[in-house]
Design a protein around this ligand. Structure first.
Ligand code: CA
Length: 408
């Protein structure tokens, strides 16, 4: 190996995720994470080792690279993997190809066209349905028949590390007959996984569950911030709007779908059976462990949730097949998010709404304070990784601090 990689590193030789980085005085460009280093793909491009147009590595977003297609991008990743493993490789003896991650700034890795948010964890949908609607009929009649989703804003998807300003808006407290205006009092995170579309489909074309994985370039951690009080008042009848659109945070590293192959697993059994266009063969989920930590201002981090991407009721294949069943086309750089990923038990809930039971059971923090929802000054950090035998592939983290609402 040309780079020493710690055993517990997210960025092992099995991973090699893609991102956009910069160092002081240089423009953002494509890089690949290995251990605690970034392989500068512009520097690699200048070695003239690739047989495709390497100008894509000089871009400040991954879209042009992704648009080359999996036959090119997977081959490039596999080639680099081979070179990193070999002392006789063209990358050997060239420390200038590597940049320590600690010295680099990471940027939003893709230019996001459209953003779709699903609602595909049965545990999350059940928990929220109990609180927002009817405890006896928590899941609406459509939920087990189709992956429910809505079209979100891409303009407010920001890179990890950018602070989030507490949103303001209209809410109607239960004690009031009329709505009030002000900062959200129920600011929340949503633990999600996003997937990036790697291939255009045509208007009118359906992408089948068999074809879907060919359209998925890779995955990244995603925190879909939510203002529960704004959401609760506004969401009927057309669904989420301003309680969601103020910000979502995307992790800097896109882990390729191919790197996740060792973690492929079957999702939960679907009952009733799905319509034929949603049926899919073989395991379609991924066993990715997830965790969420909250760090109070000047405090230490406390993990508030441990969940798993493998819990999803609806797979990415099914989400994409459903998304395109009406002929809606998808484009390179579109982002699809899983929806909040909750598990069965209370330690695996993917939002404060569920962890605190809608605010009724505040979560005890190590410093003696409690959290029903997020406080100003809190930093929320999400991590994810798969482990199979000696193989570890991680997603790094997505993290952001909550700033107070802007003055009136
Ligand atoms: Ca969401």
């Amino acid at each position: 190996m040309l780079v020493q990689v710690a055993k517990d590193s997210d960025f092992t030789i099995h991973n090699l995720p893609w991102g956009i980085f910069s160092v002081p005085g240089e423009s953002p460009r494509v890089g690949m994470a290995i251990g605690d280093q970034i392989l500068d793909m512009v520097a690699v491009a200048e070695l003239e080792l690739f047989d495709f147009d390497v100008s894509v590595f000089y871009e400040d977003k991954l879209n042009p690279f992704i648009a080359l297609g999996k036959s090119v991008t997977n081959k490039a990743r596999t080639q680099v993997q081979g070179w990193l493993k070999s002392k006789d490789s063209p990358l050997a003896g060239k420390p200038e190809l590597f940049v320590p991650q600690a010295e680099a700034t990471m940027h939003l890795p893709i230019s996001i066209g459209d953003y779709t948010d699903f609602y595909s964890s049965i545990e999350h949908a059940t928990n929220v349905g109990r609180m927002f609607r009817d405890p006896e009929n928590a899941l609406l009649p459509n939920w087990r028949h189709l992956p429910v989703g809505y079209h979100g804003r891409s303009s407010s998807i920001i890179e990890s590390g950018v602070p989030i300003r507490r949103p303001k808006g209209q809410t109607k407290p239960p004690t009031s007959d009329t709505p009030i205006y002000g900062p959200s009092k129920r600011l929340d995170f949503e633990l999600e996984m996003g997937f990036v579309i790697g291939k255009d489909s045509e208007l009118g074309q359906q992408v089948s569950t068999d074809e879907a994985e060919d359209y998925i370039f890779g995955l990244a951690l995603f925190n879909d911030w939510s203002a529960r009080d704004i959401q609760k008042w506004e969401y009927v009848p057309l669904g989420p709007f301003l309680g969601k659109s103020f910000a979502s945070s995307l992790a800097p590293w896109i882990v390729t779908l191919e790197a996740l192959e060792p973690f492929r697993t079957a999702g939960p059994a679907q009952d009733p059976a799905v319509l034929p266009y949603l049926a899919s063969r073989g395991p379609a989920n991924y066993n990715i462990q997830l965790e969420v930590g909250i760090t109070p201002k000047n405090g230490t981090e406390q993990v508030v949730s441990r969940s798993n991407f493998g819990y999803m009721y609806w797979s990415m294949r099914q989400q994409l097949a459903h998304h395109t069943v009406n002929g809606c086309n998808v484009r390179v750089g579109d982002l699809m998010a899983s929806g909040t990923i909750s598990g069965k038990d209370e330690s695996s809930y993917g939002s404060m709404l569920e962890i605190s039971k809608g605010g009724k059971q505040p979560f005890p923090m190590n410093d003696g304070s409690t959290r029903s929802f997020l406080d100003d000054g809190d930093t929320v950090t999400m991590r994810g990784w798969g482990e199979a035998g000696d193989i570890r592939v991680g997603f790094g983290e997505v993290s952001a601090e909550i700033l107070p609402a802007s003055p009136e």
